[in-house]
Design a binder for this molecule. Sequence first.
Ligand SMILES: Nc1ncnc2c1ncn2[C@@H]1O[C@H](COP(=O)(O)OP(=O)(O)OP(=O)(O)O)[C@@H](O)[C@H]1O
Length: 132
Amino acid sequence: MGLHDNQTPDNHQVTKNRHFLQALGHALDGVIDVLRRERNMRFHLVAAILVLCLGIYLGIGRSDWIWITIAVSMVIMSEFVNTMVEAIVDLIVGERYEPLAKVAKDVAAGGVLVAAGTAAVIGCLIFYPYLF
Ligand SMILES: Nc1ncnc2c1ncn2[C@@H]1O[C@H](COP(=O)(O)OP(=O)(O)OP(=O)(O)O)[C@@H](O)[C@H]1O
């Protein structure tokens, strides 16, 4: 790949994307990064696939699928925010202990917990009538 004027000499881009495909490529890098860095994200993904299979198997209704979609995307988005907060905090404070870094990371992790808990409740409310 040739050196463009929005890249450093070592080929790392540090300026705005020039076109949609370049932006899309970086957005996909972000998705892969979250999957690589976050063990919980891989767990959430497996859980989402299981819910998808169960939903298809039980033939759940259209509005149930809408709720499941909202619940799954809420958990995934919270993992993205959590990873983003961790990266920014680590960038700023590195290995140094900072009480505010702890607050930022703990609150971000708490957000994932709340989202996952809410998704679990939604899942129970949806699947209960089909199973029992
Ligand atoms: N620089 C820091 N200063 C103060 N506390 C920190 C700092 N870095 C991490 N911590 C504390 O250690 C905990 C774990 O940090 P880590 O970076 O592994 O985040 P995590 O939320 O455990 O990540 P994951 O979401 O991958 O499980 C944080 O929740 C926070 O309480």
